[in-house]
Design a protein around this ligand. Sequence first.
Ligand code: ACO
Ligand code: LMR
Length: 264
Amino acid sequence: GKVRAPTHIISTISDDRGEEPRYAGVPMSSIIEQGLGVGDVISLLWFKRSLPHYCTRFIEICIMLCADHGPCVSGAHNAIVTARAGKDLVSSLVSGLLTIGPRFGGAIDDAARYFKDACDRGLSPYEFVEGMKKKGIRVPGIGHRIKRGDNRDKRVEILQLFARTHFPSVKYMEYAVQVESYTLSKANNLVLNVDGAIGSLFLDLLVSSGMFSKPEIDEIVEIGYLNGLFVLARSIGLIGHTFDQKRLKQPLYRHPWEDVLYTK
Ligand code: ACO
Ligand code: LMR
């Protein structure tokens, strides 16, 4: 019979052995001929399937809206300082990316996990938020440094409008909005932020599109695919900030003494 040599790697998302690479079985030329976009490529390479147009459009809107948020945020600041230290593009980019985490841009997966668990268990926003407080955990997807109840995040509004118009159901987003109403009654900066909006809405996409089985949804949430959207999106801005600093021939950055409280 056939003797099969053991392999060291298993791969299921792409194959470059034929005439042209295939993403989840779809030849590259077909992706281009069909006029598909980056949302479709993400669907194929991350989720291993073609998704309906409204889903791939939603993915693309997330990428566009999270591409940049000015020079003052953690990621851009790191990339700028690194570029000004004379480092190359990749170093500046990863220096910015390394700030993405539970406080900045990387709260999407946890927002999806906590909102799903609380909503599925039928917890009221009061029970959920106060329960988190008792555990000493800040609610992921809630809170912002500069956005307020009376100065909402436009990105959140755009995502919510798109989903309300195109998604079959926005159950998890509505739950997140109820949580926000409760947190806003506690403090004006405790808005639903862009991480929370994407986390709750991606749950709605996974559940209501009918494209994923329950075990698949659980796996996606457990592994944590969704921070990838912010990482991918923000790379666009971080690369832009790096080019900007180099174009402007900016010198080595040194933080001013006046802005440091030296104390014992
Ligand atoms: N849940 C519950 N209470 C909160 C939350 C939250 N998510 N955020 C702030 N608070 C309350 C707390 O009582 C906090 O006091 P504490 O320091 O004793 O816990 C108080 O508000 C003041 O908080 P600050 O630290 O002053 O808020 P700050 O403006 O520094 O934090 C931040 C902003 C980091 C976004 C915060 O709200 C947070 O941790 N949110 C959860 C993580 C998250 O969603 N991050 C993504 C932000 S969007 C983005 O990065 C693209
Ligand atoms: C961002 O997208 O970087 C922001 O929401 C964070 C911030 O502090 O403005």
